[in-house]
Design a binder for this molecule. Structure first.
Ligand code: HEM
Length: 453
């Protein structure tokens, strides 16, 4: 039986000592989706720790918009800080404005336009590497695309090539490690267990590679027209340059925040297009009209409307970042509840996106729900979070995903071809387990009548 304590309901089913740890580890998405039935603010227990899950969009918005009271905190953020240094994604409110101001210019529209050239080059290399009738492991391919593109956006200089390689090879173990370390009790984190050793080794390798690149940029004087060069030139409000440690933390943060999320989004998008061949064909009409069979560029973006809606709908169904935490820095009032200081709050884009009270037919893939003439309730689509801590790379990710998906669909027919449908695997990101897709070249295929119409 759920109990209500001053506006916060306690989720039923907590076991002595471990609380809700079992359902949360076994099937976290199902567990989360049971919570709104108990109230808008539902307390869960993980061993000795408790957390309040926020189950209504407008309350999530209040949390996101008041980042001074609902500050970054909680077990995942602690681990992220430990793995990456106190970069923009994990630093507290008191340090955030300064960090955001130093990074924001690197994600301006003018810069994005430059980065799109790198994106187009990498997408071209990816899709021309496929052959007719081949089965591709989409997750690995999209990871390669996202890691290569983002690493080259951060550091383009030839001297950085070994770092790009070391970092992209180390990141999968770092992602896994951060998540495992966040859910493991502190004692187990320190034991030399194989996953802990793998994580430490990967983190040290990436850490050293980024340090070496910063030193070599400082020595050669640059600039190289990339994010690292920009950070080296940046001065804070007091006119002071950023320290190596600060630059290091930001570069590691951008790599970790940007790569897996974007790769996972693209992987789900390809999977959904296989599951919904009618949407794939409609998208082919659009992309063939705009691109023919060439690779998409920045200038094409305004005409790739459906592609953008497909990505948006993918992010609604499978938001790569599916769970985030905040910690109250002071007593707060949320709905009818008084929340004491140091309370951990959880918000989950997955939970909000799949709640039938806020999104009709929430489990159906329907890109047209994002047509401008359709009505949308504010706060019900939050794949990039919101408020001052909203994703810094949202436009970067949307650009890369739109260009990549459009190019793929214009050149290749995608099908699961009898291969198993992937299961969802919630880790740091909401990744599908192994998406295998058969790709058929459209190059020699005459445009079908259905597409011409
Ligand atoms: C589809 C891809 C992506 C998704 C779904 C995504 C999602 C998110 C979300 C939900 C947050 C807010 C987390 C919170 O509220 O605690 C966030 C923050 C952030 N993201 Fe992304 N992200 C994506 C791609 C990227 C890319 C490509 C970059 C950069 C290269 C990036 C950089 C960041 C940074 C720096 C933050 C921290 C912002 C701050 O605290 O000021 N993300 N992202």
């Amino acid at each position: 039986m759920a109990k209500n304590h001053g506006g916060i309901t306690h989720a039923p089913g907590a076991l002595p000592i471990i609380g809700h740890l079992l359902p949360l580890l076994r099937d976290p998405l199902h567990f989360l989706s049971t919570l709104p039935a108990y109230g808008d603010l539902v307390q869960i227990r993980l061993g000795p720790q408790t957390a309040v899950v926020v189950c209504r969009p407008e309350l999530v918005q209040q949390v996101l918009l008041n980042d001074r009271i609902y500050d970054k905190g909680g077990p995942i953020i602690e681990r992220v800080g430990n793995a990456l240094g106190d970069g923009i994604a994990s630093c507290p409110h008191s340090a955030h404005r300064r960090q955001r101001r130093s990074l924001q210019p690197a994600f301006s529209r003018t810069c994005l336009r430059e980065y799109a050239t790198i994106m187009t080059g990498r997408i071209d290399a990816l899709t021309t590497g496929w052959s007719d009738g081949q089965t591709v492991e989409v997750g690995a391919q999209m990871y390669g695309l996202a890691s290569d593109t983002i690493a080259r956006t951060l550091f383009t200089a030839e001297a950085a090539a070994p770092a790009v390689e070391a970092v992209t090879a180390s990141l999968p173990d770092i992602f896994r490690g951060i998540y495992q370390q966040a859910v493991l009790p502190p004692l187990l984190r320190r034991l030399p267990l194989p996953p802990n050793v793998r994580y430490e080794r990967a983190r040290n390798r990436a850490w050293a590679a980024v340090s070496k690149t910063i030193s070599s940029y400082r020595q050669d004087g640059g600039p190289h027209g990339d994010v690292l060069s920009m950070l080296l030139k940046t001065q804070d409000d007091a006119g002071e340059p950023l320290s190596d440690a600060e630059i290091h933390a930001q570069i590691m943060t951008l790599l970790v925040a940007g790569i897996d999320t974007t790769a996972v989004a693209l992987t789900w998008a390809v999977h959904l297009l296989c599951q919904y061949p009618d949407v794939q064909e409609r998208l082919r009409i659009e992309t063939t009209e705009v691109l023919g069979t060439r690779t998409a560029t920045w200038e094409d973006l305004p005409r790739l409307d459906l592609a953008r809606r497909v990505i948006t709908e993918t992010l609604r169904l499978y938001p790569p970042g599916w769970i985030f935490t905040r910690t109250t820095s002071a007593e707060a009032r949320l709905a009818d509840a008084v929340i004491p200081p140091d309370t951990t709050l959880v918000y989950s884009p997955y939970l909000i996106h799949r709640d039938p009270r806020f999104n009709a037919r929430p489990d159906v893939f329907d890109p047209d729900r994002w047509l401008p003439e359709r009505e949308h309730t504010r706060g019900t689509l939050i794949p990039f979070g919101g408020g001052a801590r909203k994703c810094l790379g949202d436009n970067y990710a949307m650009t890369l995903a739109t260009l990549a998906l459009s190019t793929i669909v214009a050149q290749w027919r995608l099908s699961h071809g009898g291969l198993p449908i992937p299961a969802v695997e919630p880790r740091m990101t909401l990744a599908p387990h192994k998406v295998q897709v058969r790709v058929e070249s459209l190059e020699s295929e005459p445009l079908a009548d259905s597409i011409r119409q």
